[in-house]
Design a protein around this ligand. Structure first.
Ligand code: KG4
Ligand code: ZN
Length: 341
């Protein structure tokens, strides 16, 4: 390969339609269209997500190319999210990426969304952030997954811990729903928790072996805590919200950090990265920085735009796959599930 590699990334695994162009890992454009349509339903409705992706995909890709200042013929390859995710949503991005690649005779790259979250650490932009050295541990916390990943190299990684039931983001979102907060509730719990006292109420901590996690017990315990606090009109007194959010957030983060600390102890690796939507949580970021200072860990915290779902991370993963010669055939199909260990 000669000259710079310019990769178009396309992401459509859940409820964001996103496209980005990277040149040798440097961001030329990063466009994300959210889907407000789900808020009324209190969660992502797969059928509505697929329709919204169909509506957004063409203008989002056009915007990414325009912002990058490139005609489609200036691209080296097209990368798309193969999975895991909502199958109908994935089909939209996959079909579009395949047609695009075929029409322009470009190589196609099939990207694992969870690996792309980890590879977001290698995206280059104007801020000076050193990329993690290998091996490192990555805490990938999103609405669909909670993983502790041992990253041996860019293309060699394995989850050494995983949630047995709900993801951390789900625990935030379902807890927020119980409190009457709009979807997705994670950012609102984060904001309210900052003003609350996590010691006012108590939630049990689960006892899960090894590096695995579980949030279903936290969810049930939170429900049992919140329901009796509702008034006769079924509403929660709003002055309880900050303390309840702080209690929920602390219970989720206590477990996450207990398992992350155990992973450091077991592997001896003290380089830690975070990724996924929940890694935008201010409490999580502050606690990670504090723990790292106390224990001598090196931490890698990407900007929030590369933590939540985005296509720059997909293009970054595509860049690394292309350099390794791992292109996909046009017969490649999306996969709702991709085992991570
Ligand atoms: O990675 P992501 O954008 O999409 C998935 O692949 O799931 O993660 C979305 C999740 C949602 O559950 C959302 O509530 C959560 O990330 N989230 C947060 C925060 N920002 C987003 N959770 C807690 N605190 C936040 N600040
Ligand atoms: Zn994600």
């Amino acid at each position: 390969m000669t000259g710079p590699l310019r990769i178009l990334g396309i992401e459509s695994s859940c409820d964001e339609t996103a496209a980005a162009v990277l040149e040798d890992g440097r961001v030329l454009s990063n466009v994300v269209a959210g889907q407000a349509v789900h808020a009324a339903w209190g969660g992502v409705v797969p059928e509505l997500a697929s329709r919204a992706h169909q509506e957004h995909i063409v203008p989002v890709v056009e915007a990414a190319l325009r912002e990058a200042g490139l005609p489609p013929t200036g691209l080296s390859a097209v990368a798309f999210t193969q999975g895991p995710g909502l199958i109908g949503a994935l089909h939209v991005g996959a079909a579009y990426a395949k047609s695009f690649a075929q029409a322009l005779g470009l190589p196609l790259l099939a990207v694992d969304h969870m690996r792309a979250h980890v590879l977001a650490h290698f995206i280059r932009d104007d801020q000076h952030r050193p990329a993690p050295e290998f091996p490192f541990l990555n805490l990938t916390v999103s609405g669909g997954h909670t993983l502790i990943v041992l990253v041996r190299s860019a293309l060699d990684m394995v989850a050494i811990g995983s949630t047995l039931d709900d993801a951390a983001g789900e625990a935030f979102d379902k807890g927020a729903k119980l409190l009457g907060l709009p979807y997705p509730g994670g950012p609102q719990v984060d904001a309210l928790a900052a003003q609350g006292d996590p010691g006012r109420f108590r939630l049990p901590r689960p006892n899960v072996p090894d590096l695995d996690l579980s949030f279903s017990g936290t969810k049930s315990a939170f429900r049992n805590l919140v329901l009796p606090l509702r008034g006769p009109d079924g509403h929660l007194p709003s002055d309880l919200l900050p303390d309840l959010c702080a209690t929920l957030q602390q219970a989720i983060l206590d477990q996450v950090f207990a398992k992350l600390s155990l992973a450091v102890e077991r592997t001896g690796i003290t380089r830690i990265g975070i990724a996924g939507g929940v890694s935008a949580n201010r409490g999580l970021r502050a606690r990670l920085v504090e723990l790292a200072a106390a224990r001598g860990w090196t931490v890698h915290i990407p900007p929030i735009a590369y933590c939540t779902d985005n296509a720059a991370m997909v293009a970054m993963a595509g860049d690394l796959l292309l350099r390794a010669g791992r292109t996909a055939g046009l017969e490649v199909v999306p996969q709702a599930r991709i085992p991570q260990r």
